[in-house]
Design a binder for this molecule. Structure first.
Ligand code: ATP
Ligand code: MG
Length: 892
């Protein structure tokens, strides 16, 4: 049996990605695992920017914390985890094994089962015909060099031939990679990776070759079983790693969902699977460029990045100029560049979002509610990017003029265009070539490599996730003295001035500052810096370790090290403080109303709103929402003092302060407490939390509080958005105004609005139906039973073409179907001044006809754009005669 025969015989080959996700959870549920929600893509701990593995949210359990979750207590859990790995990004679209966002399916044991069961279940899930149905004879594994125990289970329990196993050192078969010698500290252990031989059609290398080259398109790694049994605690004096045994042995596995889908669906790569293929088709349709040849890299990059950026934005990451938001922005810009290369010179990526939602909502139902917001964010960024690109084109033209007779653009220049304008090398080459100029590609690659090394140096996780260029530069600076809880205006000395990620801005470190640095969900402060002879705007504040970094736009003068400056926090702080104290009250109210199982899962405290994520499985009823809102308002009216105080952690815990799950605290903690309880059904409810944030002095300062929404963000995690103070009253005023304006537009009152809309909807439906009938009749009349069509032999095909007026959309497609029957033609082309449709018979397609390509050419002549499949394609156009006139040349 050949490779392809055996895989197409697989009984479960038609499973979709969503089916596989569900089956994995189901399988481990049947092995008594508790199904838990994955963590949002924002990492649960500060070792990485994004969540990079399923185990990350369980570090406390691996270190011995009780395995108790709001879903129940269990030492065996299973999750589907969205992972974002930016170190793989340059490979996305080029090699076909890596995605910037992928799903890692995991099963975990906290001191319960160990190696033998983990291996047995992975084997069963992959090879059993009831589950994934992989061919057992094509399974291969790697193990850690001295892990004889794993070797025994693979060979003796499952009959894996010895020559299907390879032993690697800590660089390959330890997780995190190289952890013993290089860190990070924390849970780690040897691992065993499972590979599947995809067969000779993917490559003619052997398993032994793989052991040498560690690169193969044929042997695909699908699952990594990690056996964490050590707590790495640095190196001893002689440079040997200290690997203390963990309190118990654990299991941590990660199965690449998309990779398993490739095998199960027997598709060559991700881009032909059930999730990505429709995205690729849509890109073909939007751009009119077929998915083939060199430009297909662009289709892949756009499809992959559209999915990953959509999911990351949906998880609450806003596009910005720093940190995470900056990384996401870079990814989106990369996709935009490729869209531009495909001739899409207006925003288009946002149009893929509904498809992403459609394909992913089975695992992530929260996407549906986020769709509009995600689309708006992507579209706005695309618009911004296209404007920047224009700047790049001007700059490039300038550079080309300066070249004189040399005819070679330097690699440095090409790289600067890429780095600051997002101008890709191939685009630069294309434009340069039009001027007869070559680009120094080697020089470009050297410059790119240097920049990537700098980025990698910021990594803390073994694998580079942290893009923070500032990290290295501030390593040796003293901790900043933060005085901003009580003072909004303070003097300090400039310790360092660095170039910011944003052109023209500076990153400034002060000895002493009133600006709060982003942390604990609270956004960084903004405001002003003043110094002798100059001033600047503080746009954001964040910190690395205890060193505060101020993002400054210098408005006048120059900032230099050693200068004395005065920092003045902006008016937004008052609004931030209102939202922060309101967040604490909301948290306490939720626990009172829904029960103390409610656990904070993330929050955002900004000047214009607050967002609070918490564990809870059901949507809140209207009564629960009202009760929560009322409780908070009760605190506000009572106008209790808000007190903050530092104390030893033990004392804070004894007093009952709410600490955040998974958060690390020092010995001394800051406790924020409202001095006064409110009543809920006869019980006193109080608010006391460990918190480093900025708060109002009295609860009355909050002013007003309104809950906007409660929605699902991940399985078992809900999100509430709320407003406090002026933001709350402005929102209510705006809503009331809109309600009244809408009512008067429809000649009714706010009370009569619902009845009026129902009536209008009914009318509209009836008229639409009528219109469709009229258009169909109109088309029918103009077609004259097929006799009005112009039928000719063109390019070896019998082609029937017809111009219709006043017909569009569905009816145009319907007319094309009819004409195909009536005329007996191979290809039909129907155009109106609104649209264009081309259909080809199966036989014609087999003989090389391509409706999509034909539509692209005709649409261009008809003032529009379009594309589609070989058998059916359409376009929006404005000039039917022009489009039909191009038929001869297009088909010759
Ligand atoms: P690789 O060597 O192929 O990059 P890895 O060693 O980085 O993989 P792990 O960290 O062990 O992978 O992750 C567990 C599983 O997740 C892998 O076996 C693989 O199936 C999948 N995986 C890892 N990185 C990616 C990615 N960028 N895109 C898609 N799947 C991935
Ligand atoms: Mg990797």
């Amino acid at each position: 049996m050949t490779a392809s025969e055996s895989s197409s015989a697989s009984p479960v080959q038609r499973l979709t990605t969503a089916d596989i996700r569900r089956k994995f959870l189901e399988f481990f549920h049947s092995k008594e695992h508790l199904i838990l929600p994955g963590h949002p893509v924002v990492a649960p701990d500060p070792t990485t920017m994004f969540t990079v593995a399923g185990m990350q949210q369980f570090k406390p359990q691996f270190m011995g914390a009780p395995a108790v979750f709001s879903e129940g207590a269990s030492k065996r859990v299973t999750t589907a985890q969205k992972c974002v790995r930016m170190d793989d990004i340059e490979n996305v679209g080029r090699t076909r094994r890596h995605l910037s966002l992928f799903e890692m399916m995991g099963n975990f044991s906290f001191g319960d089962y160990f190696k033998r069961d983990a291996i047995a279940w992975a084997w069963e899930f992959l090879t059993s015909p009831e589950w994934m149905g992989f061919d057992p004879e094509r399974m291969y594994v790697t193990i850690y060099v001295d892990d004889d125990e794993a070797f025994r289970y693979w060979t003796e329990d499952h009959g894996l031939p010895k020559d299907h196993i390879h032993r690697f050192g800590a660089d390959e078969n330890f997780w995190p990679a190289d952890a013993p010698l290089k860190g990070p500290n924390g849970p780690c252990g040897p691992c065993s990776e499972i590979y599947y031989d995809r067969g000779p059609k993917y490559g003619d290398d052997s398993w032994a070759d793989y052991a040498k080259t560690r690169e193969s398109a044929r042997f695909l790694e699908v699952w990594n079983l990690v056996f964490p049994e050590f707590d790495r605690q640095g190196l001893d004096e002689s440079g040997q790693p200290i690997l203390a045994p963990l309190p118990f042995k654990n299991i941590d596995t990660g199965m690449g969902l998309e990779r398993v889908a490739s095998v199960v669906q027997d598709v060559p790569d991700f881009y032909t699977n059930d999730v990505f293929a429709p995205l690729i088709d849509k890109i073909v349709e939007l751009s009119g460029r077929p998915y083939e040849g060199e430009s297909s890299v662009s289709h892949r990059v756009i499809a992959e990045h559209a999915r990953s950026v959509s999911m990351v934005i949906a998880d609450g990451v806003a596009l910005s100029n720093t940190g995470r938001g900056y990384v996401v922005r870079k990814v989106l810009r990369r996709a935009s560049r490729h869209a531009y290369l495909l001739g899409l010179n207006e925003p288009s990526i946002y149009r893929l979002v509904p498809l992403v939602v459609e394909k992913m909502k089975d695992g992530y139902p929260e996407l549906v509610a986020e769709q509009e917001r995600v689309q708006a964010a992507i579209r706005a960024e695309e618009e911004r990017f296209l404007r920047t690109l224009e700047g790049g084109i001007q700059r490039l033209n300038g550079l080309l003029e300066e070249l004189g007779s040399e005819k070679v653009l330097s690699g440095e220049d090409a790289f600067t265009l890429y780095d600051t304008y997002g101008f890709p090398l191939d685009l630069t080459q294309e434009i340069a070539a039009e001027h007869g100029v070559d680009v120094d590609v080697t020089g470009y690659e050297l410059a790119l490599e240097r920049a990537q090394e700098t980025a990698r140096a910021g990594s803390k996780f073994g694998k580079s996730e942290l893009f923070d260029a500032g990290a290295e530069a501030v390593q040796n600076l003293p901790q900043t003295e933060f005085v901003g809880y009580d003072q909004l205006d303070a003097e300090g000395e400039v310790l360092a001035v660095l170039d910011s990620e944003v052109e023209g801005h500076k990153t400034v470190v002060l000895s002493r500052t009133p600006f709060y640095a982003e942390g604990g969900g609270e956004v960084g402060d903004t405001g002003r810096l003043e110094w002798a002879g100059g001033e600047g705007r503080v746009l954001d504040t964040r910190k690395i370790g205890g060193v505060f970094l101020h993002e400054v736009e210098v408005l006048r003068g120059e900032l230099s090290q050693g200068a004395g400056v005065r920092g003045v926090v902006g008016a937004e702080r008052a609004a931030i403080q209102r939202h922060h104290t309101a967040t604490h009250l909301l948290h306490a109210a939720l626990r009172a109303v829904l029960g103390s199982g409610v656990r904070q899962a993330g929050s955002l405290v900004a000047p214009d709103r607050l967002r609070f994520d918490f564990t809870h499985t059901a949507a809140l009823s209207a009564e629960e929402l009202a009760a929560v809102e009322t409780l908070v308002s009760r605190w506000v009216s009572a106008n209790f003092p808000v007190i903050w105080q530092e104390m030893p952690i033990e004392e804070a815990k004894a007093a009952g302060a709410t600490a955040l799950f998974g958060e690390k605290y020092g010995d001394t903690v800051r406790v924020v407490r409202v001095e006064g309880d409110v009543d809920y059904g006869g019980a006193a409810v109080s608010s006391m939390e460990l918190c480093g944030g900025a708060h109002v002095r009295r609860t009355g300062d909050i002013g007003a509080f309104v809950l906007l929404s409660d929605e699902n963000v991940a399985a078992g995690v809900r999100r509430i958005e709320a407003l406090a103070g002026e933001a709350a009253t402005a929102w209510v005023r705006e809503r009331l105004g809109r309600l009244n304006r809408t009512a008067s537009l429809l000649n009714t009152s706010a009370e009569g609005l619902e009845d009026r809309i129902a009536g209008l909807q009914h009318q509209l439906k009836a008229s639409e139906k009528e219109m469709a009938q009229v258009r169909a009749q109109l088309a029918e009349a103009q077609m004259g039973g097929g006799n009005s069509a112009d039928t000719r032999e063109l390019g070896g095909f019998k082609v029937a073409s017809l111009k219709l007026s006043g017909v569009e959309g569905n009816e145009l497609r319907g007319a094309a179907d009819r004409l195909l029957e009536q005329s007996g033609a191979d290809l039909v082309v129907i155009a109106s001044d609104k649209g264009l449709v081309v259909k080809a018979t199966k036989d014609a397609v087999a003989k090389g006809a391509h409706a999509g390509q034909l539509v692209g050419k005709l649409a261009a002549a008809g003032g529009g754009r379009g594309g589609g499949r070989p058998d059916m394609a359409q376009a929006g156009i404005t000039d039917a005669a022009g489009a039909l006139g191009a038929l001869d040349t297009a088909l010759s």
